[in-house]
Design a protein around this ligand. Structure first.
Ligand SMILES: CC(C)(COP(=O)(O)OP(=O)(O)OC[C@H]1O[C@@H](n2cnc3c(N)ncnc32)[C@H](O)[C@@H]1OP(=O)(O)O)[C@@H](O)C(=O)NCCC(=O)NCCS
Length: 105
């Protein structure tokens, strides 16, 4: 997770499971554990995930973990020799039963 403090109290999450273990629910389990850590010990309010629209597995993993689609960020990611648009997904602490934390300014 890439954390931004001050007035944001948010983080970006990325995830990858070794391909021999795809489809067993491990991404969902790991993302859930990260969200619990983020919203409790780390006192973060918002976790973002940027997902390429073609990455069905990642879209499903984000949605199955309670992330909501917010929009499209244009030319956000450089991969496979080109700048790519990505869908912006976010999980907010209140959606997962946790209180909003005030900023630690
Ligand atoms: C994306 C990734 C982490 C998913 O890992 P995983 O352990 O196979 O995912 P899970 O088994 O936890 O599945 C989570 C959800 O996605 C769905 N899913 C997983 N792979 C899928 C696929 N290829 N197509 C469609 N749905 C898929 C599962 O059915 C599950 O949904 P459900 O709970 O509604 O049934 C894995 O495919 C990966 O490492 N990909 C390469 C790296 C990558 O693209 N990372 C994301 C960068 S944004």
């Amino acid at each position: 997770m890439n954390i931004t403090r001050d007035a944001y109290q948010s983080a970006e999450i990325t995830y990858r499971i070794f391909n021999h273990f795809w489809g067993h629910g491990y991404a969902r389990e790991a993302i859930g554990a990260c969200l619990r850590l983020a919203f409790t010990k780390l006192k973060l309010n918002r976790i973002e995930a940027y997902v390429e629209p073609v990455n069905t597995a990642s879209l499903r993993a984000a949605e199955a973990s309670g992330f909501k689609k917010e929009g499209l960020a244009r030319k956000k990611l450089f991969t496979r020799k080109a700048w790519r648009n990505v869908l912006v997904y976010a999980a907010i602490c209140t959606d997962h039963g946790f209180k909003l934390n005030p900023p630690e300014l």
